[in-house]
Write a protein that binds this ligand. Structure first.
Ligand code: HEM
Length: 431
């Protein structure tokens, strides 16, 4: 009898298909992770968070770890020494998802634990002084006005492409010593990095990320070389020259700091401006309240940061066994802190789904995280927001939506792809 032909082995499923299948199952089972990552219409995101909150207002157990949505939990957990970024020692570490150049450029302080983190942060913080930040203010004001000069005559613009993206990229370009003619390269790099951050990032995007990481590395190494021969008096130089008892940042650490500043400081600030303006245009009474007195802008910025948070989630890991209120947390447990959900915790913020530019405790938000990794650029982000809104609201009268806004499909980075508005340019001429 002839041999029976062997049944061909099933083709191995691609990791993307497997991930999509797992997500489908989680959605079907209404697992908290499935609920938050199964959102297909970004306008529905906060309703999905409320669904998880109904399971547990502080932290809901999911197959992948804890989905943390309580404001106090998001504030307290990152300050707890039993919480960090890595798996506890002795437990299998997560396999590196990024090798090569992408791996090197992503080795930033954001993914470090003490004492390594404390060292890099201390040295980097020497460049982020209040004086250095204030020095940028004049530059931000000039750029904001130039951008609006460019669209004033037309009386309409896409706030994202024409203003919200251009302002932070000019600021990051300035602090990283990148000349204006290369800002469009920074924009392209930042876009790929933001999209690659999502859980649903596809393999071709990760390959693209590897390619641009090599480019970024080469680009910044060349800038550092130039600075060795021709030092300048600016922010980048302060980072290069930072010393602490003879210690200094290595070339690799400097490159990963530049990448971190680009990732952490660009897209987030774009979305502070875009999400804030969208929220105002959806609530004309709040826009009117702000227009009555532009000195309300700093408080309104805190409310924008709370109301529609630019970075929705930050991941942490439990390093030890401990209890948080009634929850038992085990070493190695993943803690997904949903900052955007925490900022709508009804126990911390009354009527949380309402934009209220006069909200007195808006600054209790956790948008810049908390603890060791608290955003190093928070003061700069607030300054950019302040200048952006004062300039927009002064120079663009009768601001209104000109077409339906379009949200970005990204789930961690929360923002808009398009925000078309119309306005009347201010009448008075500026000096
Ligand atoms: C609205 C704008 C911004 C938001 C919402 C934001 C948010 C955050 C958050 C949530 C973290 C902590 C992440 C974690 O715990 O894993 C963080 C860290 C960081 N941010 Fe920001 N950020 C903003 C703007 C900026 C800007 C403008 C810069 C610099 C130019 C910057 C630089 C950094 C750095 C260097 C860290 C890492 C700190 C560390 O790991 O110790 N950020 N940011």
């Amino acid at each position: 009898m002839p041999d029976m032909p062997e049944t061909p082995a099933p083709a191995p499923e691609s990791p993307e298909r497997q991930a999509a299948q797992t997500l489908k199952t989680l959605i079907a089972e209404r697992d908290p992770l499935g609920i938050v990552f199964g959102v297909t219409d970004e306008e529905e995101r906060y309703a999905a968070y409320d669904e998880v909150r109904a399971i547990d207002p502080d932290m809901a157990r999911s197959v992948a770890g804890w989905i943390v949505m309580g404001r106090d939990a998001c504030f307290e957990l990152p300050r707890d020494p039993r919480v960090g970024k890595h798996m506890p020692e002795g437990m299998p570490q997560a396999t590196a998802t990024r090798a090569g150049a992408a791996g090197r450029v992503f080795q930033s302080m954001l993914n470090m634990d003490p004492p390594e983190h404390s060292r890099v942060r201390r040295l980097t913080a020497k460049a982020f002084t209040p004086r250095a930040i204030q020095r940028v203010r004049g530059h931000v004001e000039r750029i904001a006005n130039e951008l609006l000069d460019g669209v004033a005559e037309a009386g309409h613009m896409d706030v994202v492409a024409d203003f919200a993206q251009q302002l932070p990229i000019a600021v990051i370009g300035e602090i990283l010593g990148v000349p204006t003619h290369d800002h469009s390269r920074l924009l392209g790099w930042a876009d790929i990095m933001a999209r690659a951050m999502d859980v649903s990032a596809r393999a071709d995007l990760l390959l693209e990320l590897e390619r641009v990481s090599g480019e970024i590395e080469e680009y910044f190494l060349a800038i550092f070389d130039q600075r060795r021969d021709q030092p300048k008096d600016d922010f980048l130089q302060a980072m290069i020259d930072a010393r602490d008892e003879g210690d200094r940042l290595t070339q690799e650490e400097l490159v990963s700091n530049c990448v971190l500043i680009l990732i952490a400081g660009f897209e987030t600030t774009v979305n502070l401006i875009g999400n804030g303006l969208r929220a105002l245009l959806d609530a004309p009474d709040q826009l009117a309240c702000l227009l009555e007195d532009l000195d309300r802008v700093p408080q309104a910025i805190e409310e924008f940061l709370r109301f529609d948070t630019p970075g929705q989630m930050v991941p942490y890991r439990a390093q030890a066994h401990f209890e948080w209120r009634s929850h038992t947390i085990n070493p190695g447990d993943a803690l997904y802190l949903f900052l955007g959900a925490a900022n709508r915790d009804p126990r911390a913020f009354g009527d949380p789904h309402r934009l209220d530019v006069l909200r007195t405790n808006a600054a209790d938000h956790v948008t810049f995280a908390s603890g060791a990794h608290y955003c190093l650029g928070a003061a700069l982000a607030r300054l950019e927001g302040d200048v952006a809104f004062r300039t927009l609201l002064t120079r663009c009268q009768d601001l209104r939506l000109a077409d339906t806004p379009e949200r970005r499909a990204t789930q961690i980075v929360r923002g808009h792809a398009r925000l078309p508005v119309s306005f009347r340019p201010e009448l008075k001429t500026r000096p």
